[in-house]
Design a protein around this ligand. Structure first.
Ligand code: SF4
Length: 357
């Protein structure tokens, strides 16, 4: 089978430029797995001493599986993401107890192990067993996106799939492990995220991004919107057939819709016990009942998460005039329940009213 020029160039580049890292010169799945878990979300320079310590203390899966968990955690200390250390230990025990101390030799079975996702399974299967399954990490996304001009968002599931498909089409069956290592190393050393030196790149002639001068624009990663959390304390004031409402103003969510008098607080913990300031003067009006609910509604918008708690005031119907006066003071409105049905309301309010019935 003839190799794609891209694959050919990457395979030629690799032996001349690769870094000499201790996990590169082995086919031992235990060592490869250990290095992959340690290097997740960690730079090589930071992860290398940890890798060496682990290999020294636990040279094989049996020794790691039988180690006390406090020792494993202590050795991991400083590397962060401690769930990885727990999964590492669990996985070693699984391999030792359920697989007789031998790592599965294929992608599908490797995926069944604790803490092993598609990336790590592909790395072990291809590096140790030469299975032709592509490893797709940030470096691979970048190289493929720039060279082939793929402008799909790498943070989206569809983007991930597209890149995986492309990488799996390219992978040479005879050199699967080497190709995976080579493309990752190429991304780490040559096609770096910021200002790669394209003038010395062996791929530059066929490189879409270089030729179109859009290297800085690829790969495309659409940042997720920051979700803001807000805490609303609502007062639901009823008086016979009437309720007190508030039309929402400009410059905020739900503009022009009707909700209830409310106050916004800075912390979720303040929601339950707090009573808005305007309630103070409401106390002068004869109130039949006050129900401060301990239930907090959660309402999700595109870029906001609203937590809302309601306190209900039941005002004596004979007090309708005084209540009307009070609502004018605070620029609230008093409307008949029936009429409120016809007014536009946020779904959160509808939900509350529904539960209220
Ligand atoms: S030419 Fe530049 S952008 Fe293209 S693969 Fe090489 S380093 Fe990356």
């Amino acid at each position: 089978m003839s190799l794609h020029p891209f694959v050919h160039t990457i395979l030629e580049w690799y032996p001349r430029h690769k870094r000499d890292l201790p996990w590169r010169n082995t086919k031992d799945p235990y060592i490869i797995w250990l290095s992959e878990i340690i290097l997740q979300q960690t730079r090589v320079a930071q992860g290398l001493p940890y890798f060496l310590k682990f290999v020294e203390n636990y040279p094989n899966v049996e020794s790691l599986a039988n180690a006390p968990s406090e020792d494993v955690m202590r050795l991991w200390q400083g590397l962060g993401y401690y769930s990885r250390a727990r999964n590492l230990h669990e996985c070693a025990k699984m391999v030792f107890n359920q697989y007789g101390g031998v790592f599965p030799d294929n992608y599908k079975d490797l995926l069944k192990l604790k803490g092993i996702g598609s990336y790590t399974a592909a790395a072990i299967a291809s590096f140790a067993f030469e299975e032709a399954v592509a490893v797709v990490d940030g470096n691979v996304f970048r190289v493929l996106s720039r060279y082939f001009g793929v402008a799909t968002d790498i943070a989206s599931p569809a983007g991930k799939k597209e890149f995986e498909k492309l990488a799996n089409e390219l992978i040479p069956h005879d050199f699967a492990g080497t190709f995976n290592q080579a493309i990752m190393e190429f991304g780490a050393l040559q096609c770096v995220p910021k200002s790669p030196d394209c003038t010395i790149c062996p791929l530059r002639e066929g490189c879409f991004a270089h030729n179109k001068k859009i290297v800085a624009e690829l790969p495309l990663k659409i940042k997720k919107l920051k979700i803001k959390e807000r805490y609303f304390k609502y007062t639901y004031i009823t008086c016979g057939d009437y309720i007190v409402v508030k039309k929402r103003g400009e410059g905020d969510i739900w503009q022009g819709l009707f909700d209830f008098p409310m106050t916004e607080v800075s912390e979720k913990s303040k929601l339950i016990d707090l009573l808005p300031d305007f309630v103070e003067s409401l106390k002068k009006i004869e109130t039949l009942n006050v129900e401060n609910s301990s239930y907090t509604y959660k309402h999700i918008l595109t870029h906001q998460r609203i937590f809302a708690n309601f306190v209900k005031f039941v005002i004596d119907p004979s007090e309708i005039d005084r209540l009307a006066e009070w609502t004018r003071l605070f620029e609230f409105q008093i409307v008949e329940r029936e009429r409120f049905e016809d007014l536009g309301k946020p779904r959160l309010i509808l939900k509350y009213l529904n539960d209220e019935k």
